[in-house]
Design a protein around this ligand. Structure first.
Ligand SMILES: Nc1ncnc2c1ncn2[C@@H]1O[C@H](COP(=O)(O)OP(=O)(O)O)[C@@H](O)[C@H]1O
Ligand SMILES: [Mg+2]
Length: 236
């Protein structure tokens, strides 16, 4: 069913972390989810190798530029959700993944330099839209920016400013930010989902879970909204 693709040309933007957070959240809600781990370093595959993945979560990592679109299509027939984590740089594989997306998440850290890099993701989305619009003029690919690694304590002026400029440019942004939290790092260090982390070894696990739930909830809402709009269009 829905395919959610994480796109950001910048390494370190939080793609892998936020895609794993989303995948484990969805799986823990009892839905089947397949993660396509298209990063050549296979961080999600490595994470899952020791059995940390919830039962309803599968990871596919042996994808190539040539077959990624078919693999996403096949996974979407089997799983309630497909989540695609990409490496920052290789443009062709990113474009192929976007062509299969129902929703694109563009993670970025909350600095001006990082946010400017997100512009490259928007251009890829627009290029894909233009291709489809040739035969479906009203087509839009829903997407939203996700701020990552932001401070839990304060909203920085810089992030507030960037939020405002995205809003002025009509770029959708998640209200939820994935805060900088030790628990999000610890998922990888201990190869555990958030709920499997030891509260005595990792601080504020419950706050991280709350943050993850908010993010997943907001994303599901975006998907539902997109679905309703599609239905409306079909009825017209
Ligand atoms: N919300 C977060 N809290 C703490 N550390 C984070 C968070 N998001 C990402 N990181 C850390 O930042 C680095 C880059 O994140 P990653 O998800 O690998 O980005 P990308 O996949 O875009 O390259 C990693 O070391 C990761 O542990
Ligand atoms: Mg990554």
């Amino acid at each position: 069913m829905p395919t959610i693709v994480f796109v950001s040309p910048k390494g370190g933007a939080g793609k892998t972390t936020s895609s794993l957070v989303l995948a484990t959240q969805i799986a823990e809600r009892g839905k089947s989810v397949t993660v396509i781990d298209a990063d050549p370093n296979h961080p999600v595959k490595t994470w899952a190798a020791e059995g940390a993945a919830p039962k309803s979560m599968a990871v596919i990592s042996d994808v190539t530029e040539e077959d990624i679109a078919d693999r996403i299509d096949a996974a979407a027939k089997e799983s309630a959700f497909v989540i695609v984590d990409l490496e920052g740089t290789a443009a062709t594989i990113v474009a192929h993944a976007i062509s299969e997306a129902d929703f694109v998440v563009v993670p970025t850290q909350g600095s001006q330099l990082d946010a400017e890099q997100a512009g490259r993701a928007f251009r890829l989305i627009r290029a894909h839209e233009r291709g489809i619009q040739k035969h479906k003029p009203d087509y839009k690919l829903p997407y939203a920016v996700l701020f990552t690694r932001t401070s839990v304590a304060i909203q920085s002026r810089e992030t507030t400013h960037i939020r405002r400029s995205f809003a002025n440019a009509g770029i959708p942004v998640f209200k939820t930010e994935l805060n900088e939290r030790a628990a999000f790092k610890a998922m990888f260090a201990y190869r555990q989902s958030l709920s499997g982390l030891s509260r005595s070894e990792v601080s504020n696990v419950d706050k991280a879970i709350e943050n993850a739930e908010m993010f997943a909830g907001e994303l599901l809402q975006f998907l539902r909204k997109g679905h309703m709009e599609e239905k409306k269009e079909a009825a017209q």
